[in-house]
Design a protein around this ligand. Structure first.
Ligand SMILES: Nc1ncnc2c1ncn2[C@@H]1O[C@H](COP(=O)(O)OP(=O)(O)O)[C@@H](O)[C@H]1O
Ligand SMILES: [Mg+2]
Length: 504
């Protein structure tokens, strides 16, 4: 139970490792050496095989072919626990924190100092404080883990691994759920692990950050290693090019302005709800409207009140000329107003169920009316929808095995199957890699070019400016400014989000 910086640093090699899932070749003869005491980043599009590689290194799954060597000796671990016994820890996206225990209790879970059945609180605290002191980071010992922010819960997982003497860390997209500040803090922790001689395999899609923190970078594409070398010789552009296998021209599709005089498909007049204080806006046929503003400005709340996922006290919602007073998400979906919510995990997908079933969820009733042809029709319809959004994996695999970007595309497939008139997308590219991002923009642009309307909520200024025909800025529950998507700059957007409206 000690952190001993004197332990031999860990060096891991993959030798011609392959892994298949059914017909999918997730890894294809990948050979790779992670130098002891380095941070080695792995990047690639969604589905490239990054998590599979991380799981093989962390002993979570075994390769079909090839071998893994730790400090030169071939290892065959029968699970992450065995890997951890050899000093290899995995920090996955789903954290294994017990929310009702304190920070210190979580770190020493299963190895608490006891006298008989009694927990020795003071000893626990002493060990915890000493551990934090030696590694140079921590969180208050007595805080309940469930009350910590994700970034601090991650620290607990790292501390727990350090308490078990981990020398090699696998991080699988640890930043997907973090804000900018927390990403920076996590990278400080990673740098600190390295400065203590530990080795880190970092799977991430934040290329800029990866280039700052990593010594080496590996690029995977379709299960193959296409590039591996020092981070210092790479740029964001060179990595993207290697990831996609082609040069990366434009992050956004060209904007096609809606024809002048297009009718309003969606109108919101003076809407009031918790967090929304008299908001009004319109979305026209063929238009992508960006909804910008700071976190807490009321954008998600507005979207929820709009589709009936949050009670509204007052206000009018008109869809295709028809007012809707008593709104529920189901009723609005049937009327042609669909929402892709912000949090895929909490609000959208059944991760344990097949992809096809998840996609079909919104149209099951309609399809079942078709009687005995139902199953075949369902399969074909769903398959087409998945193809349309570019989800490549089989319809039968569990949604939870899809990468973040593919899960997001799956949610789009589901709502597009309902053939909506207006699509509301809340942070549709959060936690999504570059390739899938462009695919989602193409979907939105195509949807609008079809004469339908899009309302996109986004905290990414570049994205709002890049995709929207018109941008509305919210502050304190109201729409306070309107910007032209062609001419507005990032400064315009920031000042409209931050500054009080001046009387002109
Ligand atoms: N448990 C699984 N069952 C079936 N297919 C899987 C499983 N895990 C991964 N895959 C498939 O293997 C490929 C690589 O996936 P993954 O390693 O998760 O990629 P990444 O992490 O780069 O997004 C994808 O096509 C994915 O759908
Ligand atoms: Mg992954």
């Amino acid at each position: 139970m000690v952190v001993d910086a004197g332990l031999a640093p860990a060096h891991i090699e993959l030798r011609a490792v392959s892994k298949h899932f059914g017909g999918v070749r997730a890894l294809d003869s990948v050979s790779l050496s992670v130098r002891a005491g380095s941070v080695h980043a792995v990047v690639g599009e969604n589905g490239a095989g990054k998590s599979t590689l991380g799981k093989i290194v962390g002993g979570v799954i075994a390769p079909d072919e090839g071998e893994v060597a730790l400090n030169g000796a071939v290892v065959r671990w029968r699970g992450p626990h065995e890997a951890l016994n050899h000093g290899v820890a995995t920090i996955a996206q789903e954290l294994a924190i017990v929310p009702e225990l304190t920070a210190a209790q979580n770190v020493f879970l299963g190895a608490e100092p006891r006298r008989g059945v009694l927990l020795r609180r003071r000893e626990l605290l002493r060990r915890y404080t000493s551990l934090c002191g030696r590694v140079g980071f921590g969180v208050p010992a007595d805080t309940l883990a469930g009350e910590l922010r994700v970034a601090d819960q991650q620290k607990l997982e790292i501390l727990r691994a350090l308490a078990r003497d981990a020398q090699f860390f696998v991080f699988d997209e640890p930043t997907a759920a973090l804000g900018r500040d927390d990403i920076e803090k996590l990278h400080q922790v990673i740098s600190r692990l390295r400065s203590q001689g530990r080795t880190v395999l970092l799977i991430s899609h934040f290329l800029r950050e990866v280039l700052e923190v990593a010594n080496d970078v590996t690029v995977l594409r379709d299960g193959r290693l296409v590039r591996c070398g020092p981070a210092a010789t790479e740029t964001e552009g060179s990595l993207v090019q290697a990831m996609l296998g082609r040069s990366f021209e434009q992050p956004f599709p060209p904007k096609r302005r809606p024809p002048a005089g297009s009718p309003a498909l969606l109108e919101i007049h003076d809407l009031w709800a918790a967090g929304v204080k008299g908001a009004s806006l319109k979305v026209h046929a063929g238009e992508i409207v960006g909804l910008a503003g700071l976190v807490g400005a009321g954008r998600t709340e507005l979207a929820q009140a709009l589709v009936g996922a949050r009670p509204a006290q007052r206000g009018r919602v008109v869809l295709a000329g028809k007012p809707f007073e008593r709104r529920t998400p189901r009723r609005m979906l049937a009327a042609g107003l669909a929402m892709v919510p912000e949090s895929r995990k909490e609000q959208g997908l059944f991760l344990g169920r097949p992809v096809g079933e998840n996609a079909a969820l919104s149209v099951l009733k309609e399809l079942s009316r078709l009687g005995y042809v139902k199953r075949r029709t369902e399969r074909r319809t769903v398959h087409e929808a998945l193809q349309h959004v570019g989800v490549r994996s089989a319809d039968m695999v569990e949604a939870g095995t899809l990468s973040g970007g593919n899960q997001q595309k799956l949610l789009f497939a589901r709502v597009l199957l309902t053939k909506p008139l207006v699509l509301v997308a809340d942070e549709p590219t959060r936690g999504v890699d570059v390739g899938a991002r462009r695919a989602i923009y193409d979907l939105l642009a195509g949807f609008a070019a079809d004469g339908r309307g899009v309302l996109i909520i986004s905290s990414d200024a570049e994205e709002v400016l890049g995709i929207s025909h018109r941008i509305l800025v919210m502050r304190a529950g109201q729409v306070v400014a309107e910007l032209d998507g062609e001419t507005a700059t990032e400064e315009d957007l920031v000042s409209a989000s931050l500054l009080e409206r001046r009387a002109s």
